[in-house]
Design a protein around this ligand. Sequence first.
Ligand code: IMP
Ligand code: MG
Length: 169
Amino acid sequence: MKRIVYTAEELSARVHALGRDITDAYPDGPLLILGLLKGSFIFVSDLVRSIQRPLQVDFLVAASYGSEMVSSGEVRLVYDPETTLEGKHILLVEDIVDSGRTLGKVMEVLAARDPRSIEVCALLHKHVATHLKYPPRFVGFDAPNEFLVGYGLDHAENYRHLPYIAGLQ
Ligand code: IMP
Ligand code: MG
């Protein structure tokens, strides 16, 4: 039923490398890591421990007006961080970029708040979207175009706790 796509060891090695890239990419200024819940919760917790510079962590919760996050296209923030974004480097952390619609809407809202810079870090990128307004600057893996679960990713809220990422079939 499940095929392992990325083992816990592969995830750990790649997340450490991303942490080093992010450390090098932000030599100065305040850095705010914004995790997009729920899917990013495990990735964020591992990633921030691999970044060796001062930073702050907060989370966002986005929801669609309809019931299906991916099909609705209308996204609003149901939890919005208290911290100001003005003058800070903002790194939005996503579990997976599929159509990129969630990301696009959330980035528009955040970019309007005068951050010093705003970029995206995605653990997985399916590369199915033809045009992304905010292509992720940091990507963990170019993922196969199949439904993936584990390491934060769910199917109907199940499987988020798996230490590896698997394809459901
Ligand atoms: P997008 O707006 O189409 O890019 O969808 C992004 C969101 O859909 C992600 O943050 C996930 O919550 C969910 N999603 C997309 N593909 C998958 C998948 O393969 N497994 C689990 N969730 C997914
Ligand atoms: Mg989901």
